[in-house]
Write a protein that binds this ligand. Structure first.
Ligand code: NAD
Length: 459
């Protein structure tokens, strides 16, 4: 996973330390000490809680399932982050994801800290009744550290609104009389979930691309033309031209991002390829994304893999090997499947010069450096895929106010928040030599550090 955050955080701290206008009152030894404190605060979580959930299975066997919750930092607000149910999840991975959440929230000015949870199971091996019990036990074991003002979990890999509903219900039973709707986000609408939460990440992913490569570029084209920066030159090459886009992963994030691109027809962008775990589908004239979504809805989330299946739906596409998608001759890749998809063995074959990270860490560190040297613009996970946590924040607010927003209102608020972040970061990014990821980290670390400083915690 491209989760080697220590390096990028330390580089961000160095850049902030070198910037004399940053925390100007901190000088000499005090400054050295403050930056050392920051390094240790950011590189270690505040708490790691671990338990073995004791679960009686339907076959009569009783198992002990390892589960944990990592609370990285709550300087900016209650800890916030998903709970992952996966057989390979481990404490190290969860800790890094919790750290990413701290910085993602700082970057987008969401008043939450960073947390993450994990349960080491393959959820497909358990019955619904057993999964319900696992969820209840998780809340029972961690009930003291979870809550609307302490730590607010959400879905992640292997969990969804069903699990959040179960967990919220258990929280309510354990803490009768307490406000409970804000204890979990990503719940069903009936249980206080927010309209638009399911679509939020995919919509945000496409918005980050559209805003940067169309609106911001167009608005500032004179400034771009006067700029020597290699990333600005890459962007300029696309001025007023439609994009051919390939989307890896056709689940919650990828299918919504693809649909946004398809529906944004005034820009004439085309989604020419999509892939899932089985197949890549290609059409140089653009794929019929609504028809593909309809197909996946009727087929357990899977794209068609055979010509007959395409013909039956009237979908025109060439079937290719799954991983061919990554090296297609396209302008933009949206990576919305898994981590580590572009790595040292395939990076030299990548043709796209705009890449959007819908998944967390889909590009390895070495590949990231190679692409940045080539002037490829990468819109990183921390910036592009924050739609989920931003709308989770709206869900948490709605739960507290017991007042619910219309779906369109949610998207308006989401885009406004993301645009605010981009308006802050993009002028800096296109004007200096650092890649966008580094710029985002400098900003996120800088914001958090300044709050810690003002709270008198840097000693
Ligand atoms: P999902 O399970 O709904 O969809 C994943 C998709 O990826 C599926 O279409 C699957 O078939 C496909 N896939 C799996 N392996 C593949 C491969 N090797 N090549 C191509 N496609 C492959 O998951 P999601 O919610 O869409 O999340 C996608 C990624 O985005 C995950 O890494 C997740 O952690 C990240 N993410 C999701 C959210 C969110 O709100 N859902 C928020 C932030 C980050």
């Amino acid at each position: 996973m491209n989760m080697e955050m220590k390096g990028i955080i330390n580089e961000s701290l160095q850049a902030l330390n070198d910037d004399e206008s940053y925390l100007p009152d901190m000088q000499g030894d005090d400054r050295e000490k403050a930056f050392k404190s920051l390094e240790s605060i950011l590189s270690t979580p505040n708490n790691i809680s671990k338990s073995f959930l004791r679960v009686p299975l339907e076959n009569g066997r009783v198992v002990r399932i390892p589960a944990f919750r990592v609370q990285h930092n709550n300087t900016l607000g209650p800890y916030k982050g998903g709970i992952r149910f996966h057989e390979s999840v481990n404490e190290d991975e969860v800790s890094k994801l919790a750290e990413l959440m701290t910085l993602k929230n700082s970057l987008h000015e969401v008043p939450f800290g960073g947390g993450k949870g994990g349960v080491i199971i393959d959820p497909r091996e358990y019955t619904v009744k057993e999964l319900n019990l696992i969820c209840k036990k998780y809340v029972q074991y961690f009930s003291d550290i979870i809550g609307p003002d302490k730590d607010i979990p959400a879905p992640d890999m292997g969990t969804g609104e069903r699990e959040m509903d179960w967990m919220m219900a258990e929280f309510k039973s354990i803490h009768p009389g307490h406000a409970y709707r804000g204890s979990f986000t990503g719940k069903s609408i009936l249980n206080g979930g927010s309209l638009g939460r399911r679509e939020a990440t995919g919509k945000g992913v496409y918005f980050s691309f559209r805003y940067m490569m169309h609106d911001f570029l167009k608005e500032n084209k004179k400034w771009f033309r006067e700029n020597e920066n290699r990333f600005a030159q890459t962007a300029l090459d696309h001025l007023d031209k439609p994009f051919d886009i390939a989307v890896q992963g056709f689940g919650n994030v990828g299918s919504v991002a693809a649909l946004e691109a398809f529906q944004c027809d005034h820009l004439q962008n085309r989604v020419v390829a999509v892939s899932d775990r089985n197949v890549c589908l290609y059409n140089s004239d653009g794929l019929d994304i609504p028809a593909l979504i309809k197909y996946t809805e009727d087929h357990d989330g899977a794209l068609p893999t055979e010509e007959g299946q395409l013909d039956d739906q009237g979908i025109k596409a060439i079937i290719k090997d799954r991983d061919e998608l990554l090296t297609l001759e396209v302008d933009t890749l949206i990576l919305a499947a898994l981590e580590d998809q572009i790595h040292e063995d395939n990076v030299e074959e990548i043709k796209a010069n705009i890449i959007v990270e819908g998944a967390n860490g889909p590009i390895t560190e070495q590949a990231d450096e190679y692409l940045a040297d080539r002037g490829v613009v990468i819109i990183p996970d921390i910036l592009a895929n924050a739609g989920g946590v931003i709308v989770s924040y709206f869900e948490w607010m709605q739960g507290r106010e017991t007042q619910f927003y219309e779906e369109e209102e949610i998207y308006k608020l989401l885009f406004k928040k993301m645009q605010h972040t981009m308006d802050t970061i993009l002028p800096q990014f296109f004007g200096d030599p650092f890649p966008l990821r580094q710029n985002c980290y400098i900003h996120a670390v800088g914001k958090l550090s300044e709050v810690l400083y003002r709270q008198g915690k840097l000693y």
